[in-house]
Design a protein around this ligand. Structure first.
Ligand code: GLA
Length: 393
């Protein structure tokens, strides 16, 4: 039994305690780490996330009176009571409840016949750690509502609804990666997603079978996507694409990069975005290279590509922080095959690829390096490529 299956009865019991009735079912959606392809999803590019064993569970039952009641075992403040026909974007002080409320809003906006519901949540996805706890919350909600109201939506559609909830209702300008990972990942695989075509392929990533481990290091530096730096990078990329006359930076091939950079350098109003372009173009290429290694059965060969991706995010895209840099430095010095920050950056988590035999020593080296630097002790755990959203009972 997985941790998620263990947590399902608890979530149902808590639902009964809060609402005094049985839930119709319990649904789960996972957090994620991204193996490679960072800040490429809003450039129509490529990403390669995998689902974590950590999930958000939603116990839910439909209502017929248009009321939406939301309760979380992990949040103070009791039941949030809303009317679905009164939901409006950017609700003031809505906190965590804005994410599930946004999903209901986005479904109604799309003309889907979704009604009120009672929902209770439990989650093991760390929050503020760059592991997509918000996407897990949105997608668990979307899947629960899809079942409760027999909407029959495809996984990709659920992901797009969840993203719209986050973009237009909560007001975070994220791309489509996290929601797609939560909705579409499968056990033992990384998900190769083309964020323009919205097509994906499951890439086998059997870490234990290969004698490898993927460690997640949560730096405990809280990241927040809404703080402006993410939106700024996104706007910079869009400005660059306009200046280069392409639909998105995805359309700049690696061979065209020197020419693209030279053109930007010659225009004073966009000269500053050159490093952003260099990151996105090389990062899309690194995704292709990582996939080629995995398809060829050479998972160890992805290590240097991960570390190169980190350098690009640190030096060109400027979204790392000293703690993330220290993880990469300490882990690679201690013998890791490769390491990089994962997710939006500015804090959050890093991933470290190690030989199984080196995992303990590399983890210890990172923890020691944090202590020596006077940083808060990081939280380490193993990422096992896990299932995407599913109904548990
Ligand atoms: C956050 C966003 C994603 C993606 C990553 C960076 O996780 O939610 O859409 O842009 O940052 O790759």
């Amino acid at each position: 039994m997985t941790d998620t299956e263990h947590a399902a009865p608890r979530t149902a019991v808590a639902f009964r305690e809060v609402y005094g009735a049985e839930p119709t079912g319990v649904w789960a959606a996972p957090g994620r780490v991204n193996l490679i392809g960072e800040h490429t999803d809003y450039n129509d590019g490529f990403v390669l996330p995998l689902a974590l064993p950590h999930t958000t569970l939603a116990a839910a039952a439909p209502r017929t009176d248009g009321v939406l009641r939301l309760h979380s075992g992990g949040a103070d403040g009791g039941v949030v009571d809303l009317r679905i026909d009164e939901l409006r974007p950017a609700p003031p002080q809505a906190g965590w409840a804005a994410y599930p409320a946004g999903v209901v809003w986005a479904m109604r906006e799309a003309g889907l016949p979704v009604g009120g519901a009672d929902l209770h949540y439990e989650s093991t996805v760390p929050t503020g750690a760059g592991l997509s706890s918000s996407a897990a919350l949105e997608v668990a909600t979307a899947l629960a509502l899809d079942d409760l109201f027999a909407l029959g939506l495809e996984r990709q559609r659920l992901a797009r609804i969840a993203q719209r909830a986050e973009n237009a209702f909560v007001g975070v300008p994220c791309g489509i990666m996290d929601q797609t990972a939560a909705a579409c990942c499968t056990e033992g695989h990384a998900l190769f997603l083309d964020t323009r075509e919205l097509t994906h392929r499951q890439v086998p990533f059997d870490l234990p079978g290969e004698g490898l481990r993927l460690l997640v290091v949560d730096t405990r530096v809280k990241h927040a996507l809404g703080d402006g730096a993410y939106a700024e990078r996104r706007a910079g990329c869009e400005r660059a694409a306009r200046a280069l006359g392409v639909r998105a930076l995805r359309d700049v091939a690696p061979a065209q990069l020197p020419d693209a950079l030279a053109r930007l350098a010659g225009a004073p109003d966009v000269a500053d975005v050159q490093p952003l372009v260099r990151h996105v173009v090389t990062e899309n290429h690194r995704v292709a290279e990582v996939i080629a290694c995995l398809d060829a059965g050479r998972p160890r060969a992805i290590g240097p590509l991960l570390t190169a991706g980190h350098a690009s995010l640190r030096d060109d895209f400027a979204v790392s922080c000293p703690e993330l840099d220290l993880v990469v430095e300490a882990a690679t010095a201690a013998g890791a095959l490769g390491a990089r920050m994962t997710g939006g950056g500015f804090g959050g988590s890093a991933v470290v690829l190690v030989e199984e035999a080196d995992a303990v020593a590399v983890g210890a080296a990172v923890t020691e390096a944090f202590a020596a630097a006077g940083y808060t002790a990081p939280r380490l755990f193993e990422a096992v490529p896990s299932a995407g959203a599913h109904r548990i009972r």
